[in-house]
Every structure is written in structure tokens, then in C-alpha cells.
Design a protein around this ligand. Sequence first.
Ligand code: DHB
Length: 389
Amino acid sequence: MHRRHLTAAALAAALLAAWPVAAQDTVKIGLILPMTGPSASTGREIEAAAKLYLQQNGTTVAGKTIELIVRDDTGTADVTKRLAQELVVKDKVSVLAGFGLTPLAAAAAPIATQAKVPQVIMAAATAVTTEASPFIVRTSFTLPQVTVPLAEWSAQNGIKTVVTLVSDYAPGLDAQKAFAERFGKAGGTVVEQLQVPLKNPDFAPFLQRVADAKPDAVFVFVPSGFGAVFMKQFVERGLDKSGIRLIATGDVTDDELLDKIGDVALGTITTHHYSAAHDSAENKAFVQAFQAANGGMRPNFMAVGGYDGMHLIIEALKKTNGATDGQGLVDAMKGMSWTSVRGPVSIDPDTRDIIQNVYVRKVEKRDGGLYNVEFATIEAVKDPVKAAK
Ligand code: DHB
């Protein structure tokens, strides 16, 4: 009896002693994503990529176990903020990551600053977003970064007049401004700038204005997941047969949607930082593994932002030897460079934004599917908005 009592007490003591050690031995990453709602594809792609990264690279770093906690913010900024708070206070995450849309990333930034927790942005792409907190590091892209090369390509390829048509929120306005400035400098004329509501967009009246203006080309940005709706209305309005060329950021010819959009997309010129058709050994292995693990789903640029975001976090933890101090992790991330499946990338130590190649692509048929086939590369592009400051 006495002996049994002691054993139980000893066991309890052992458990108590072991508990804090076990807690310290786990590094938690809070991944906040829109898993439902109109941007659910962004959540689906990033979650799949983050999990694939851990499957391939293991969950032990510097003797610590990596635990990924995924939360659905439904694409609503208030929810993002609440989840960020809970993850920091209750779950004690060492890193916040994800952020499918600019307003969601902005909502979490004050939490990252207060808690001194790195905020790795894997999706949102408005240029100024990284300035919302010194703890933000970004592995996606910026709209001006991918738009400026398209403005230049257009001016060099016989396009003289353009109407711009974008989703009416920060990244759309960023793209519109970047296009107009660079195209104007290169001798082109933007004849009209149109903004379409982000929620439940009806493109029809705006496409009518494009048709009436008869520009050489229409430049388009809509966020990931919205390209199919846009293209459907583009065809319904007869724009595909109007002689007006469609040029866009790669968000429109999103790899996950391209086959659904169909042959009407053939020939569309876009600029972006990632194509599932990117010709490298690293990318071929990535696409194959991603599709095998996800029922054939094709990885898009969001998946790559997630995959590289995990790489950044894990490599930073290796550099700090497992230490999770927020400033230490951010410092470890600054200046890091690696071979991504998109090509060579690095984190600009001054802006904490990603420096990467931007590719000019054309939608073509390959192996029975539609792909953004890269045909020109602009190397090591920095976000032009912050580079100009
Ligand atoms: C943003 C979201 C997207 O889905 C995208 O393709 C580009 C930018 C954003 O909200 O920042």
C-alpha cells in the first residue's frame, strides 16, 4: 500500500518534471489561412505545401519537434486577428504564418509586433504590407514586382494603349499604379483604369467599358481563385474575339484553375514568379510529390509561397540552434538565400521581402493540360516600390 503510494507520487513528480521540458522541446507554428470562403483555394494550397515540406524534411530541428497548428480565418480580418492572438497567448506559438489576403496580413501585424513573434507572409502581396511590422518576413511576392516586367514587355511588343482592370483593394491598386507608371515611362498610354469590387464581382459592366475603349490590350489582376469567373465573363462578353489582347499577372492564369478556364486562355501573356511548368529538377520533383500527396491537385504560386515559408522558418531555427526568440529568428531570416522550386530566391535584409526571378509566360498546351510556359526571365527582381524609397 505504502509502496504503491510512493510509486504513484514518484510518477507524478516525474511527469511534472518532464512536462516543461517536453513543452520547451516543441516549436509551434501557427498557420492562419482562409480554408473556407472565396479564397479557400489559397488555404488548401498553402496547407498542403507546408505539410509536404515537413513530410519531406522531417519534424525535428535542432533537437526540437515542429508542430504545425492550422486555423481557418474564413478570409475575415477580425477572425485572423483573434486567431493570431489566441495562437500567441494560449498555444504559445513561436511563429505566425500564412495570411491569404492583404487585409488579413495587416490585421495580424500589430499582434506580431506586440508579441515579438515572426509573421511569415506566404500569400498576401501588397508592397507596403511588410512595413506593418518589423517582425514580418515575406515569401510570396509583390504585385509591383511582377507587374513592372509586364508593363515593359507590353511596351516592347507593339502594345500602345491599355485599359487596366483590377480587383478594388490594395494589391489591385498596387498593380494598377505600377503598370500605369512603367508603361507610361516606356511610351505607352493607359486610357482607362477600372476597379471591380472584390466581393462577388460582376465584371460585365467593366468589360463593356473595355470593349468600348478599344485599347490594344487589357491588363488584369484578380486574386488567386477568381480567375475562372473573370475569364468566363470575358468570353461571355465576346472580349476574346474583339482583337483586344489580354495581359495579366499570373494570379489570373492560376495553375490550380487553368485547366478549368480552358482553351480560351491559350496565348495569354502573363508575368509571375512561379509556374508549375518551371523547368528545373527541383520543380519537377516538387510538382510530382505535391500531386501525389494531394489527389492530383496542381501546386500554384500560393503553394510555393507556403513551401518556401516553411523552408525559411526551419532554416532560421537551424541557424538559431532551436532558439525561438522572435528577433533572433527574424535576424536569421534576413539575407537567407536558397534554390526554390521557382528559381533562386533571397530575403532582402533591408525590407524582409523576397527577391526573385520574374518570368514572362504564355499559356500553352503541354501533355494534355494548359500551362503557363515561361519564355523570358528577369532575374533577381526586388519589390520596386520599396527599392524606390
Ligand atoms: C493577394 C491575394 C491573392 O490571392 C493574390 O493572388 C495576390 C494578392 C492579396 O490579398 O494580397
